[in-house]
Design a protein around this ligand. Structure first.
Ligand SMILES: [Zn+2]
Length: 264
């Protein structure tokens, strides 16, 4: 049965329409039933060419095609909404972080200093710093998802500055980076985050470097097709853009941590 007006936005409908010409809602809207709910739920994840898992698979197998189609060619409806996917992935990040506590243990640097401190005054100062660092780590673990809002815009800034000549604007580089972040955040959450929590603090640096290496290889692979790069020099510029962006957000994070440790 087709309504005469769209049940979502009340636009008058032609009986031949399958979708509202104004808002796009289906004209065949009926009451909810369990069969329909199960279908909708599975649909969201597995629909042949639009599900969240399909977009994740495409981001693994052919990331440059996703970037070109979504950003350059305007095939937006073809893909699951990348911003929704990113929020889902960040939910997983926060969940994994609450289990594995990847930030814990970095205050052990202060414990050494406390043991070595010659004066009581220095000892007291180092104890306060260790407490503050532990509190900061706990906060950062809970807000692990917010890190993306600091890192992504600054990483995209690095790519935009390095590849200005390729003709894409800052927003387009940001969308590209957010799409790639869906895969990178998921890989970090499932692989590197548990390792940070399980392995001793001395290996944190190596885990961080392994994560960075995966990031650089993946982004080189994706950007090669997205910006149509060829040759070693062009790929080297992707590495430069990566390092530049990383320096940007590390600097912001360091300043933020220093301000917290010194003034608060
Ligand atoms: Zn409508």
């Amino acid at each position: 049965m087709t309504a005469l007006n769209c049940s979502n936005c009340a636009t008058p409908l032609d009986p031949a329409f399958k979708h509202c010409p104004d808002c796009g809602q289906s004209t065949a809207i009926h009451r909810f039933n369990i069969k329909h709910l199960v279908h909708e739920f599975l649909h969201a994840f597995t629909h042949t060419d639009k599900g969240a898992l399909i977009l994740l698979r495409d981001l693994v197998v052919r990331p440059s095609t996703v970037l070109r189609e979504y950003i350059v060619e305007g095939k937006r409806k073809k893909y699951f909404n990348p911003f929704t996917l990113l929020l889902l992935v960040l939910g997983i990040t926060v969940f994994m972080s609450s289990i594995f506590h990847p930030m814990q243990g970095s205050e052990s640097v202060y414990k050494e200093q406390i043991a070595l401190a010659k004066s009581e005054k220095k000892k007291a100062f180092m104890t306060t710093m260790a407490d503050k660092q532990a509190k900061l780590n706990e906060w950062l673990e809970k807000k692990m998802n917010l890190m993306v809002f600091i890192t992504a815009p600054l990483m995209a800034l690095g790519f935009w500055l390095v590849f200005k000549g390729k003709g894409y604007n800052y927003a387009e580089h940001l969308v590209a980076y957010l799409l790639l972040t869906c895969f990178l955040s998921l890989a970090s959450s499932l692989l590197f985050l548990p390792l940070l929590g399980i392995l001793p603090p001395e290996s944190k640096l190596w885990i961080g470097l392994a994560n960075l290496l995966l990031q650089i290889i993946y982004i080189c692979y994706a950007y090669k097709g997205f910006l149509i790069l060829n040759g070693f020099g062009d790929l080297f510029m992707v590495v430069i853009a990566n390092i530049l962006g990383t320096i940007f957000w590390l600097a912001v994070l360091m300043i933020f941590m220093l301000v917290y440790l010194i003034f608060l």
